[in-house]
Design a protein around this ligand. Sequence first.
Ligand code: Z5A
Length: 211
Amino acid sequence: MTERGRFITLEGGEGAGKSTLLAGLRAHLESRGVDLLLAREPGGTALGELVRSILLDPSQRAMCAESELLLMFASRAQLVRETLAPALAAGRWVLCDRYVDASYAYQGGGRGQPVERIAALEQWACAGLKSDLTLLLDLPVADGRARAAGRGEADRIEVEADGFFERVRAAYRARAAAEPQRFRVIDAGQPPEAVLRDAVAATAHLFGAKA
Ligand code: Z5A
């Protein structure tokens, strides 16, 4: 029987360096012979990418917090069933740029949606799929925003005030503290090579478990 693949997720605030790390970690994992699938949230499927464009559209100012939360989970439910679960069942590893922890951080911490509501949606939409390892790129909000500045028009979430992103960061850190087995917190203020080195070290046990 095929052994299930490993599911790694990347999390962090705006400009923390997820995309940069994703490229380096991908190269590392593939050099070790991993058959890797890359995904992102919101998005990652044809339907999810349409949902993403609505979620990030700066003209959708009237979107309420409840709609935002449901749209995040609509994209996620599709990604889990169409892409993630089949790939993992086939023995592929998945490296995903954000997953359900982002909803606890942004819609829970940032927007104040109740944790129990998000947990109920997770149970329903994620069909029990949890990450094996979540790398949290932790960075002071001002540093991340400075990195992300100058990339063109801000999306609907990026226009939020600093206080929103401070709550997001606090919620991420609280989740990491509550689940130290699954999370590794990486100091994203280090140079990219050091961030990659820490991430590579954090994935080592996944190979061990496979042997
Ligand atoms: N969202 C949500 O609310 N709820 C959910 O459930 C989910 C998502 C799943 C889209 O996410 C938005 O959706 C996001 C959360 C919300 N909104 N916000 N804010 P996204 O992941 O697509 O977008 P993002 O978080 O805005 O990503 P980003 O800003 O593109 O950041 P990044 O990928 O983490 O950073 P980067 O592109 O790798 O790096 C940014 C810049 O910093 C770039 O110039 C790099 O060259 C530089 N960089 C990177 N690493 C370093 C280091 N180590 N040192 C110095 N400079 C660096």
